[in-house]
Design a protein around this ligand. Structure first.
Ligand SMILES: [Mg+2]
Ligand SMILES: [Zn+2]
Length: 187
């Protein structure tokens, strides 16, 4: 049983947009993310994307657009011999009160159950306090990346502090490999 690195999508893998990433045209990978995912998978970590996409329920994101974005990521990773182990979206509205919208940990539990790994021996990288809350609720280590929604000035005021703060996913991957290493977090 391998443990996993959960990645939020918008603000971690690709640039965040206030009006949602609605199509492939609006997808901009952040610098260094493909290499970072490649290093994590090469070290034996299972990389799983967990993302809130309430634009689906609002009707502004077509479900097919999510598939196209997944395929674009898969294609970039495939070019370096890497892949993600799974992509999990919450398509619901905040007011739907579902179990999967972060800050709830439902998406993380679903992925762990589907793939058979120990969620408490996993790490989450996100750009929002909601990500940190979801990771903590699932029993994961948490890394806040300042490449999206959270500015450096906001960090000191967060009610729930992450285990680590980094600039971006590239730095998160280096930290994970250095501090945790595959042997440290595998179950
Ligand atoms: Mg995000
Ligand atoms: Zn949901």
């Amino acid at each position: 049983m391998l443990s996993a690195v959960f990645l939020d999508r918008d603000g971690v893998i690709n640039e965040n947009r206030e009006d949602y990433v609605k199509s492939l045209d609006e997808l901009r990978f952040l610098p260094g993310v493909i290499g970072a995912i490649g290093r994590l998978t090469a070290a034996g970590f299972r990389v799983v994307v967990v993302s809130n996409q309430q634009g689906v329920a609002k009707g502004v994101i077509r479900p097919e657009a999510l598939d196209e974005i997944d395929q674009a990521l898969a294609s970039e990773l495939s070019a370096i011999g890497s892949r993600v182990g799974g992509v999990y979206y919450c398509p619901h509205l905040q007011q739907d009160n579902c179990a999967c919208r972060k800050p709830k940990p439902g998406l993380l539990f679903k992925a762990a159950s589907d793939m058979g790994f120990d969620v408490t021996r996993s790490i989450l990288v996100g750009d929002s306090p909601k990500d940190v809350q979801a990771g903590r609720a699932a029993g994961c280590k948490t890394i806040l990346a300042l490449s999206g929604k959270t500015s450096p000035d906001e960090v000191a005021h967060l009610a729930l502090q992450p285990d680590h703060i980094v600039a971006d996913l590239a730095e998160a991957a280096d930290l994970i490999l250095r501090e945790y290493g595959p042997d440290e977090v595998r179950s």
